[in-house]
Design a protein around this ligand. Sequence first.
Ligand code: CMP
Length: 145
Amino acid sequence: YVEKTLAIIKPDAIHKCDEIEDIILRSGFCILQKRRVHLTPEQASDFYAEHYGKLFFPSLVAYMSSGPIIVLVLSRDNAISYWRELVGPTNTLKARETHPDSLRAIYGTDDQRNALHGSDSFSNAAREIRFFFSDSIVEPVAVGQ
Ligand code: CMP
């Protein structure tokens, strides 16, 4: 069924955002919402709260607040898993080995600066869409369930 997911074009890939948006549209997604934002470190910490306490958390927060990002709400059949498939493995270097056609393999930099984000579950998609688009009139969760 048709779902929504949250995608982020991260600071290391923002200079390729037009190219990435073309690929998104050619992959059958609709772009329902789009925002360009520059997160503060506090906002980046909130967004990634589930990773609080991990070794990479401070540098993740610094990276995600280092420059503007593009935040997109995408929809299509099976959007959550389809987008994660297209994005590829978290670690860019691994993505280049095992999923060379994935977006992270193409646009990522290293194990942290991996160009793109995608929600990993239905409940996280709803939370992440609300995080960036809480004032939106578009319902954050899928219809027809
Ligand atoms: P993302 O899918 O946005 O979710 C959490 C982010 O933390 C991830 O992409 C990476 O940018 C970063 N990350 C995850 N694991 C590591 C790691 N082992 N070392 C450094 N950064 C990581």
